[in-house]
Structures are given as structure tokens and as C-alpha cells.
Design a protein around this ligand. Structure first.
Ligand SMILES: Nc1ncnc2c1ncn2[C@@H]1O[C@H](COP(=O)(O)OP(=O)(O)OP(=O)(O)O)[C@@H](O)[C@H]1O
Length: 198
């Protein structure tokens, strides 16, 4: 079974990932796409107060489950737009481990620090300074198939550019290069038909 395409949007909080994902679902007319967002997985978790240790465990499991859910959707042929914040190194490593690298179009969603601060202030539903804290780490790996800057382009324009690039994506993707860089030699990508356990 052919694996679905995965458009993986990575950027800080308030960089505009969800806005681009919504636009993409409206304009991508070749295939059936699903928007999988780490926020929507967080929203599914029980609201009961947890100790810090239990919360840390729950957050890690939420993200690991999110990564494997992306893999499961794509594995059976669904096309997916992923909206995620790679603000801890292990999150990228885990995605590199469970997603088929040739299926992933890795998109860096960038935005200037001043505009991020302005958006945080305007929306009021994100802690002030969150994007600044994440800023250096989310793009630390420094390799994408495509990048957009939402300080200068609106969500629709970014989505149009990504749509245009999708059929022209290179055979050797950023995920292929990053796998070679970060994962041990001989640690093969998952075969079609199953997802790696770790
Ligand atoms: N290109 C843009 N130009 C101007 N404002 C934008 C742009 N993209 C998003 N915004 C605004 O910035 C805010 C955050 O956008 P959005 O929810 O898409 O970001 P996000 O990266 O998904 O954030 P989070 O990770 O915190 O959920 C929203 O108020 C949105 O309207």
C-alpha cells in the first residue's frame, strides 16, 4: 500500500502553523488530507490536576502517541498536514524514527521575534514569551525541504507556495538527510505495513 504524503509544519508557538494547515486543507485538491495537530492531542487528555512527574510522563506519552498516530494515518495512505513544535531534541529524533523519511515534506514556519511577541499579546491565550523561549531550539537542526516566513506572507500565500512545491519535492528529503545525521547507521526507516515500536 502506498504511504500518504506528510506535510510537516514545524515552528514556534504563534508562528502561524495552524493557520497555514487550515488553508492547506482548503486548497489541496489532489488527495484527501487530514490536519493533525499536537494541540488537538493535548486537548484530548484528561483535565485532572497531575503531579509534575505524572504530567511530564503524560506529556511525553502524548507526543509519542501523536508521532505514531501520524505514522499510522500515513501508513494506510492518508495524506496528512502535521502542525508541531519541535522544541525538544527528542521530538525530532522520535519523528525521524517512526515516519518514513521519503513521505515527509519538512516545512520550517518562521516568524520574526517582534511579530511573535505581538501575536502572543494580541491572542492572549498563550503565555507571553513562550515563542521566544522556543525560538532557538525549534529550527536548531537547520535542514528543511521548504521554508516560509509568516512575518511577511499571510497563511494563504504560504499555503499556496507549499502546494506549488509539493509535486516538485526532491527524492532525497530533509528527513532522509536528518535520519542519516541523527540516527545510528543500520537503524532502518520503518517498512510500509508496520510502524517501529521505538
Ligand atoms: N501570516 C500571518 N500573518 C499575520 N498573523 C498571523 C499569520 N499567521 C497566523 N497569524 C495569527 O497569529 C496567531 C497564531 O496563529 P496560529 O494559531 O496559526 O499559530 P500556531 O503556530 O499554530 O500557534 P500555536 O502553536 O501556539 O497553536 C493567530 O492569531 C493568527 O491569526
Amino acid at each position: 500500500m502506498a504511504g500518504g504524503r506528510i506535510i510537516f509544519l514545524n515552528g514556534t508557538s504563534s508562528s502561524g502553523k495552524s493557520s497555514i494547515a487550515r488553508e492547506l486543507l482548503g486548497i489541496l485538491d489532489d488527495g484527501v488530507f487530514f490536519h493533525l495537530s499536537v494541540d488537538s492531542f493535548n486537548a484530548m487528555r484528561t483535565k485532572r490536576n497531575l503531579t509534575q512527574e505524572d504530567l511530564d510522563t503524560a506529556l511525553r506519552r502524548t507526543r509519542m502517541g501523536f508521532h505514531r498516530s501520524i505514522a499510522a494515518m500515513a501508513e494506510v495512505g492518508n495524506d496528512v498536514v502535521v502542525d508541531h513544535v519541535l522544541s525538544e531534541p527528542w521530538r525530532l529524533i522520535d519523528c525521524l524514527t517512526v515516519l518514513r523519511p521519503e513521505d515527509v515534506l519538512f516545512v520550517g514556519v518562521r516568524c520574526s521575534p517582534a511579530e511573535l511577541a505581538r501575536r502572543e499579546e494580541a491572542r492572549g491565550d498563550r503565555p507571553s514569551g513562550l515563542a521566544a523561549l522556543q525560538y532557538d531550539i525549534v529550527h536548531q537542526h537547520g535542514d528543511y525541504d521548504f521554508e516560509c516566513d509568516t512575518s511577511t506572507a499571510g497563511p494563504r500565500e504560504c499555503a499556496e507556495l507549499i502546494k506549488e512545491f509539493l509535486p516538485r519535492r526532491p527524492a532525497t528529503t530533509a528527513f532522509t538527510r536528518l535520519r542519516a545525521r541523527y540516527l545510528a547507521a543500520g537503524d532502518e526507516p520503518p517498512e510500509r505495513g508496520h510502524t517501529r515500536a521505538t
